[in-house]
Design a protein around this ligand. Structure first.
Ligand code: ZN
Length: 294
């Protein structure tokens, strides 16, 4: 095989590669979309998207990047038909191009995309559930519920992970559907950079009652983008999921538009600390204690 034949074969291979990899990227994206669409249970769909959407899109970006590398290797294919320095340069450029495509996509998927993802996840989390037997709409009971729940068997100081209960109730039949969300798997909005990249890093028990049961939990959050940290205190609910069956519609907040209170303390030595509370009482109690300590 001479140089001309080799170059011819090379360019043909790159053309096939371009078509195959771009098509494969589309197929992988479609396979993922079909998998999501085929999950009929909203809660399972939520968890699947939360756990795997970013990984799947990264896979698509990687395959698409390889396709771009093939495209770059076709540059000038009609003019050049002999091996030379430019051939090596073009191969190098194609690898660099693929890396840029993949790296840029990864950054977008890790930091910018979670904002969109979180909107999508909220849609599935709060999409009204239907009673499979009667077809009537269920009502979400714990929307105003601010207590956290601890995973059973994880109440030791280290390794605690709180869970969010969403309780859906059928007002007619009193049937209840309980959905558990692992608190540390949910990304929240970072108030510093605005991305949905804030997750629970660790949790600690702040208070216990006489019986030694934990009553107050402090969640430490960290933003994976700007590394901003915050801590929020939550009362621990001793209520079991079943207890919600008996419950009436939750009482409205005094100020229903106030979602929380944020206190930011600028310490000359240790820097900026922010704390969040659900009620004015909690915030006041915190400030009084803070005053005493200092
Ligand atoms: Zn941030």
């Amino acid at each position: 095989m001479n140089e001309i034949e080799f170059m011819d074969l090379w360019h043909q291979a790159m053309l096939v590669g371009l078509i195959v990899f771009v098509a494969l990227a589309v197929v992988v994206f479609l396979v993922y979309s079909i998998r999501v669409a085929s999950i009929s249970d909203y809660k399972i769909k939520h968890d699947f998207i939360n756990a795997s959407e970013v990984a799947w899109l990264k896979r698509v970006a990687l395959i698409f990047g390889i396709g771009i590398a093939c495209l770059i290797n076709l540059y000038g294919s009609s003019k050049f038909n002999q091996l030379g320095v430019w051939f090596g340069v073009r191969v190098f450029m194609s690898i660099a191009g693929a890396t840029v495509v993949y790296y840029t996509s990864s950054l977008i998927l890790d930091y910018y995309y979670p904002t969109r993802l979180s909107r999508k996840l909220r849609k599935w989390r709060y999409m009204p559930r239907l009673n499979p037997k009667t077809g009537s709409k269920l009502r979400l009971l714990t929307e105003a519920e601010e207590d956290v729940h601890l995973d059973e068997g994880m109440k030791a100081e280290e390794n605690i992970f709180s869970i969010d209960y969403d309780v859906w109730i059928d007002d007619q039949t009193k049937e209840v559907k309980i959905e558990k969300y692992q608190g540390h798997l949910l990304a929240l909005e970072c108030h510093n950079c605005g991305f949905y990249t804030m997750r629970v890093k660790r949790e600690e028990i702040m208070e216990r009652n006489e019986a030694g049961e934990p009553t107050m939990l402090l969640k430490h959050y960290e933003c994976s983008y700007c590394k901003n940290v915050r801590a929020t205190q939550f009362p621990i609910s001793s209520k079991q999921a079943d207890d919600y069956r008996e419950e009436k519609a939750p009482a409205k907040r005094v100020h229903k538009d106030i979602e929380g209170i944020k206190i930011e303390i600028l310490n000359a030595i240790t820097g900026r600390h922010s704390y969040e509370f659900q009620t004015l009482d909690q915030a006041q109690k915190f400030l009084e204690e803070y005053d005493i300590k200092n």
